[in-house]
Design a binder for this molecule. Structure first.
Ligand code: GAP
Length: 429
């Protein structure tokens, strides 16, 4: 296990403002993480790329932003109040709680105490809506975003009249009261999910499932994740979620081993059928021939934090001279850093600042004039900035700047007027 790598990533994330433990000044809170100034830039880039790939590029996929709290009947219909559980055992001596399916011994792993029998623990966070705290007002924070999609199925169909197949996509927070958290941001109690529910004709589900498997793997490769660190993993029948006919995970080789990055599930017509039954509403899809049916659903679902961790682990590079995040430019928090060669020379600083302001209109750019150039390069390498632009004495002579590449460390001179074009090509082509 590359424990060392994990520690290095955690430390870099904290040191450079990517990710902080939530509520840190009060000792933190297990399973919750805050994204700092650089983390939020990276995370927003990831979400934007997903949205572009799933919604903007496809005429037949619609976006949605539903609420986090639904009518609690939603979770009865979806089966979550009954089935969304993990097996739990508690130590009778130290009262620590463990996921029974992850235990490797029959005694408490912490104090060797005797463990209770297995009981099922529901992972949904309960809350109350309104000022009265009784069971009539209890509700849940959503553990998955897709139920918001199923309960809006009728509204989307009635307003947009989509033809089969079509999809509804959503990005949003999910909450799970995980028995054990860990591995940094891998398993959290609050996290973000990016989910697509793709509605297909029954009978076309198996083909579509294969299509989405390939599309989703290719998307991760396009983000720059190394091919040898990704693989498919088929869920055995006996461990399928209560709604699934088939699930295949895309696993990433995290520093702690292979683990789920994204799940692709064939949810059949389970959700629509159950919501129709519980809500007594018509959730059929009616095709052009007047045939009514419940569509089957293929669902690719990926956690933003898990993907962020995979991207960070994959991009982390170090040698004897430097630490570097080799992020694809499109993902990097800042695309370009702009420096004057010397901070105390106004003729360099003023011009460098002008370049900075121009580039800022087009890209996410950072200014740095602290310390020597070598130190500035190292700082930018560590946060994954692909290019550093330096305005130096030669710039005054011929209107060019040096552009230094993060990965090769090579420098080229480019005319100031051509910088926007140059970077646009490098980032978007
Ligand atoms: N709607 C389908 C669904 O919820 P899931 O496999 O339970 O399926 C989907 O979750 C994705 O959400 C996972 O592949 C993972 O990326 C992410 N995820 C699940 N639980 C998580 C947790 N506790 N912390 C962070 N990410 C999580």
């Amino acid at each position: 296990m590359e424990i060392n790598l994990m520690e290095k990533i955690v430390s870099l994330c904290k040191r450079r403002g990517f990710i902080f433990p939530s509520s840190q000044i009060y000792g933190g809170i297990n399973g919750f993480w805050d994204f700092g100034p650089l983390g939020v830039l990276l995370k927003n880039n990831i979400k934007e790329l997903w949205w572009r790939e799933m919604v903007l590029k496809n005429d037949n996929i619609y976006g949605l932003d539903s609420t986090i709290i639904h009518n609690p009947k939603v979770w009865q219909a979806s089966g979550h109040t009954t089935f969304f559980t993990d097996p739990l055992r508690e130590c009778k001596k130290c009262h620590q709680r463990f996921r029974a399916d992850k235990l490797t011994k029959t005694q408490c792993p912490e104090c060797n105490g005797e463990l209770t029998a297995v009981k099922q623990f529901n992972l949904m966070f309960a809350t109350h809506v309104g000022p009265t705290q009784d069971s009539a007002n209890s509700a849940y924070l959503r553990p998955e975003t897709c139920q918001g999609i199923f309960i809006n199925f009728r509204s989307v169909v009635d307003t947009f009249h989509p033809k089969m197949p079509f999809g509804i996509a959503q990005i949003g927070k999910g909450f799970r009261n995980e028995i054990t958290t860990g591995n940094f941001i891998f398993r959290d109690r609050e996290f973000e999910m990016m989910e697509l529910e793709y509605f297909v004709r029954p009978g076309e589900d198996e083909n579509e499932f294969e299509n989405w498997k390939e599309k989703r793997l290719n998307w991760h490769l396009k983000l720059g994740i190394k091919k040898e660190k990704l693989r498919f993993c088929e869920h055995p029948k006996e461990s399928l979620a209560h709604y699934s006919k088939r699930t295949v995970d895309i696993e990433y080789h995290y520093p702690f081993g292979w683990s789920e990055l994204e799940g692709i599930a064939n949810r059949t017509d389970f959700d629509l059928k159950n919501h129709a039954k519980h809500s007594k509403q018509n959730l059929f899809y009616k095709d052009d021939e007047g045939k009514e049916f419940y569509p089957f659903v293929i669902e690719p679902s990926v956690g933003v934090e898990r993907l962020t961790l995979a991207i960070l682990a994959d991009a982390y590079y170090e040698d004897s001279q430097r630490i570097c995040l080799r992020l694809k430019p499109i993902l990097a928090p800042y695309k370009i850093a702009v420096f004057p060669l010397l901070a105390n020379k106004p003729e360099l600083k003023t011009k460098a600042r002008e370049i900075y302001e121009t580039l800022k209109k087009n890209f996410s750019v950072i200014w740095d004039d602290i310390g020597n150039i070598g130190k500035r390069y190292r700082r930018q390498d560590e946060i994954g900035t692909p290019w550093c632009v330096t305005y130096d004495f030669e710039s005054i002579e011929n209107n060019t700047v040096t552009v230094r590449d993060r990965d090769s460390m090579k420098q080229v001179r480019i005319e100031i007027g051509k910088l926007v074009d140059y970077f646009s090509k490098e980032i978007y082509e």
